[in-house]
Design a protein around this ligand. Structure first.
Ligand SMILES: NC(=O)c1ccc[n+]([C@@H]2O[C@H](COP(=O)([O-])OP(=O)(O)OC[C@H]3O[C@@H](n4cnc5c(N)ncnc54)[C@H](OP(=O)(O)O)[C@@H]3O)[C@@H](O)[C@H]2O)c1
Length: 397
């Protein structure tokens, strides 16, 4: 098989095709070779022809995720594997992570299923550390903005001479919608919670991705921001955010790996953010005014229509403070494009390129998070995409 720098598995899915587009049209395209991978050769050829018409042409690898030998062959000739075939717990993501960990191949995915992520940590973290593989979980909007934002706020606080004991994030904009794969992953999470596969404590454990971590106190919950309230530090009304349980677990793994615990973390969304999304939907008649309605029960391969991918955006404020609250830091991470898909595909593309090309990335290996695998290197990369128009990281205090 021809060696490829980057292999994109799950390229035929809704998100996979957007990632393939990003790779095909990337301004650094001359610096890497790449291939798309999946189980269906006809669909793969269609994706190849479609992206090649707009940019570089990828190779094709037909691989069966359920078959260890097939996965091994796909991984053996790659330096970085990006995986967009989810639900990851159902589509044999463990075979791909395992093959990468054993062979020292870097890996990134879009997983949000914490039970899958925990299993990858338990089964493959020591092996990936030994071989030098960086396995980056949750490399899309879940959880790049929260994870990099918290890391930046803590760095800022530390530059002021403070040690963080409390961090919180509030999304003040989150305008987009969801895809068939995300809907299926949410169902998969519910089914797992209803099954007796894990104890109730496992699901309720805020530190499930940071086994053995030093906790801040016993009263912490998974998302932390569990009711509507005015936050005086962020000067906004906020409430529970449906993506927070995914992000908060990842952020706590980063806090643990970076030695910042004990430090509480909570994440929510402002009331204004929901009003902004409602206004965006209504102003286009939920897509009917522009001939492309938003699918609210999307099937596999479906997701936000192109107008929403373009008009969407996100913004998160992150505040970190010391135990006595005498020192604090406030940062903002904002981005253009529907967060779950247009923005996510750019994020995981830059994660892949950072893993491949950026020598100054930390030497740390194992089953990691975006912040602990790449941190400042990824921030710099994301801030340069589209001449700075895609994502901005700003210090506000
Ligand atoms: N973390 C984030 O920020 C974020 C953002 C976006 C998406 N996601 C996640 O990304 C995943 C994909 O979402 P999507 O909407 O793009 O999904 P989708 O359109 O349904 O695509 C699913 C992909 O998985 C492949 N697949 C299906 N069954 C498979 C199997 N048994 N073995 C191997 N591959 C299989 C499909 O290949 P075929 O074409 O051959 O069926 C397709 O390439 C979901 O888990 C979603 O939650 C996360």
């Amino acid at each position: 098989m021809t060696p490829h720098d980057i292999v994109l598995h799950g390229a035929t899915g809704f998100t996979g095709q957007l990632i393939a587009d990003c790779l095909a049209q990337h301004p650094e395209g001359s610096r890497f070779s790449w291939a798309i991978a999946g189980r269906n050769p006809t669909r793969l050829s269609r994706v190849r022809d479609s992206v090649a018409a707009r940019g570089t042409e990828p190779g094709i690898i037909v691989a069966q995720a359920a078959d260890q030998a097939s996965v091994q062959e796909m991984v053996a000739d790659a330096k970085v594997v990006l995986n967009a075939a989810g639900p990851f717990s159902e589509y044999h993501g463990d075979n791909i992570v395992g093959a990468c960990a054993r062979s020292g191949t870097h890996y990134a995915d879009l997983s949000g299923e914490y039970y899958f992520q925990r299993r990858m940590i338990d089964e493959f973290h020591p092996e990936a550390e030994r071989t030098g593989a960086k396995v980056v979980l949750a490399a899309g909007v879940d959880s790049v903005p929260s994870d990099l934002g918290v890391q930046l706020a803590i760095e800022r606080l530390s530059a002021k001479g403070g040690r963080a004991r409390q961090a919180k994030a509030l999304f003040t904009r989150y305008a987009g919608s969801f895809s068939g794969g995300t809907r299926r992953s949410m169902q998969s999470r519910k089914e797992t919670q209803r099954s007796d596969e894990y104890e109730a404590e496992f699901h309720a454990d805020p530190y499930v991705l940071a086994p053995g971590a030093e906790r801040a106190h016993d009263g912490e919950t998974v998302a932390g921001w569990d009711s509507y309230r005015f936050d005086p530090d962020l000067r906004r009304f906020g409430g529970p955010f449906f993506m927070a349980p995914i992000n908060a677990r990842i952020v706590r793994r980063s806090l643990a790996l970076d030695g910042h615990l004990p430090c509480t973390y909570e994440e929510g969304i402002s009331v204004a953010a929901w009003l902004g999304t409602a206004w965006l939907y209504m102003s286009r008649g939920f897509g009917y005014f522009v001939g492309a309605p938003i699918p609210f029960r999307p099937q596999s391969g479906e997701g936000p229509p192109p107008w929403l991918q373009r008009a969407g955006s996100f913004c998160v404020l992150v505040h970190a403070t010391t135990e006595d609250r005498t020192k604090s830091a406030l940062v903002e991470v904002r981005g253009a494009g529907d967060p779950g898909y247009r923005a996510t595909s750019k994020m995981i593309t830059e994660v892949g390129l950072a893993l491949l090309l950026d020598d100054e990335a930390s030497p740390r290996a194992g089953v990691l998070t975006p912040a602990t695998a790449l941190g400042p290197v990824l921030r710099r990369r994301l801030a340069k995409v589209e001449g700075g128009r895609f994502m901005q990281f700003r210090m506000l205090g």
